[in-house]
Design a protein around this ligand. Structure first.
Ligand SMILES: [Fe+2]
Length: 293
């Protein structure tokens, strides 16, 4: 084995970001990076991402690329910041184009309308390979949570984004536009078809029953013990359970801030003519009794 995996846990959003290093050539990739964001004040900072940059510098590792498993709806990606600091290129699944198109009207942002600007340096599909040092990232398309979701296989590790949680956490929601519980089941079968000793690294841990943070399990343990898709489960029961649970969930607090940054590779919104940048929240107005002045 020639890679090491170092998780960094962002407590405010329960997100695990990873630095994977090819130790033979000291080349590194970062998976699912995070910007710090306070929704009340609009303050964006790079403390968490800077910790990862410091780690790379301290060990003299060379960052090759920054990968996102999907367009996250619960935290802001630091991909663009990390690229600006290191020259690393940014990567996401080809499905991001669908997600961008879907939200273009809702966010009144048509950067992608001419098909020229995706906000990422490289879009990948199942079967693609990215090399770093003497190691490789292999891509699996694992839709269901979102339709752009990809899982990354690096040696005996798979980085699953929100396709799976730890066994006691089950699975992520499938009710976002483009989400589909049946597709998620099939994607999980794809991950569970990897060798039993493959390490599964999850993107979130919400510490069920107050346990310590844990972000790594194995295919064998996930197949045996996952509370939603473990050995006692079947596809039909899973779809019913997932849909029933999703119907009770509120929109994530950082949904719109996340999308407005993450759809464009972690770029911040354009500066307006007063020199400020803004995050927009589309309003749904139930009463028709308002009069626009
Ligand atoms: Fe997600």
């Amino acid at each position: 084995m020639s890679v090491t995996v170092t998780p960094f846990f962002h407590e405010q959003t329960g997100t695990a970001s990873y630095i994977v290093v090819d130790i033979t050539k000291r080349h590194a990739v970062i998976i699912d990076s995070v910007l710090d964001f306070e929704i009340g004040s609009g303050k964006i900072s790079t403390q968490f991402a800077q910790k990862q940059l410091d780690f790379l510098k301290r060990h003299d590792f060379n960052l090759v690329c920054v990968l996102d498993t999907h367009a996250h709806a619960d935290h802001l990606s630091a991909a663009n910041f990390l690229k600006s600091q290191t020259g690393a290129y940014t990567v996401i699944g080809q499905g991001i184009l669908n997600v961008q198109a879907r939200f273009a009207d809702k966010l009144n942002n048509h950067q992608v309308a001419d098909g020229k600007f995706a906000g990422f340096d490289r879009l990948v599909s199942e079967g693609d390979i990215i090399e770093f040092g003497s190691s490789e990232v292999h891509f699996l398309h694992t839709p269901g949570h979102t339709d752009d979701s990809m899982s990354f296989v690096i040696e005996n590790n798979v980085f699953v984004g929100d396709t799976l949680f730890m066994p006691d956490g089950g699975t992520a929601r499938c009710d976002f536009p483009g989400g589909d519980a049946g597709l998620l089941w099939q994607s999980i079968e794809k991950i569970h078809a990897l060798p039993d000793d493959t390490h599964i690294w999850v993107c979130h841990d919400y510490q069920p029953n107050g346990r310590e943070v844990d972000v790594c399990t194995t295919v064998g343990k996930s197949k045996a013990n996952n509370i939603h898709v473990g050995q006692q489960s079947n596809e039909q029961d899973f779809i019913e359970l997932r849909n029933k649970r999703d119907a009770t969930l509120a929109a994530p607090t950082l949904l719109y801030p996340s999308l407005q940054v993450n759809l464009w590779g972690g770029s911040l919104p354009k500066q307006e003519n007063n020199g400020m940048k803004y995050i927009k929240i589309p309003l749904t107005v139930e009463s028709k009794s308002w009069r626009d002045e």
